[in-house]
Design a protein around this ligand. Structure first.
Ligand SMILES: C[S@@+](CC[C@H](N)C(=O)[O-])C[C@H]1O[C@@H](n2cnc3c(N)ncnc32)[C@H](O)[C@@H]1O
Length: 208
């Protein structure tokens, strides 16, 4: 598989989200966005005890909607990483994060984060493609790199994104290859109501 084929500029993603930051939470609430609560509940179902000591990374965490849901579930050590300053400025105001990290995921080894360092890594609504902006398959390898062996990786995306021209032949084959290569094992794949009138996909993996 040519992982470079979905090569896009996430700098443009930062521009796009900086412009939307002030209205993002209101906009998503009005649309009935369920990604953050769905992902947080899925993680809570796996970590049934000692949640307050689990070290969590929210990749592409934006304004912190996922962090808020994680907090409600009892998680207390949460780092957020995003490439958009204005989104992170809103996240920072929530005062729920151990670290607020401004960084752009640009493939394997692209962030300053240490490998094998998080009990769970979430990417909620981060796999998307708008215009020529998107999250690449090799960005998923970065999520895996920073997860501890035995740790959890959770991703949500719109079903229409999964089957779009850009991702259809790439994401699911990559997910399957990572499983057959013994990199991770799938714990769950399910559909959920992403927002009003939009179906979403939840993927939960354990890093081997
Ligand atoms: C649709 S928003 C989702 C935000 C949050 N996870 C939520 O569910 O509300 C996508 C976020 O991913 C960030 N993002 C996209 N590509 C990124 C990349 N390559 N590196 C870091 N952040 C990225 C954007 O800046 C934006 O804040």
């Amino acid at each position: 598989m040519d992982e470079g084929k979905v090569a896009v500029s996430s700098c443009k993603s930062a521009l796009l989200y900086n412009e939307r930051a002030c209205s993002y939470d209101q906009e998503l609430e009005a649309k009935g966005y369920q990604g953050p609560s769905t992902a947080a509940r899925a993680l809570a179902a796996i970590f049934t005890d000692d949640r307050k000591n689990k070290v969590i990374l929210d990749i592409g965490g934006g304004t912190g909607l996922v962090g808020e849901e994680l907090k409600k579930e009892g998680f207390a050590v949460i780092d957020i990483l995003d490439s958009a300053d204005e989104m992170l400025a809103i996240a920072r105001q929530r005062c729920i994060y151990r670290n607020v990290i401004k960084a752009e995921v640009k493939g394997h080894n692209s962030t300053p984060l240490e490998g094998d360092s998080f009990d769970a890594v979430l990417g909620v609504g981060v796999i998307f493609f708008i215009g020529n902006v998107g999250f690449t398959c090799s960005d998923i390898r970065e999520m895996i790199r920073v997860t501890k062996p035995g740790g959890i990786i959770i991703m949500t995306l719109r079903t229409e994104t999964l089957y779009s021209n850009l991702y259809r032949d790439k994401l699911l084959p990559l997910f399957d290859k990572l499983q057959s290569d013994g990199v991770w094992e799938q714990l769950e794949r399910s559909q959920f109501k992403y927002m009003h009138g939009v179906e979403g996909q939840l993927f939960v993996y354990r890093k081997m």
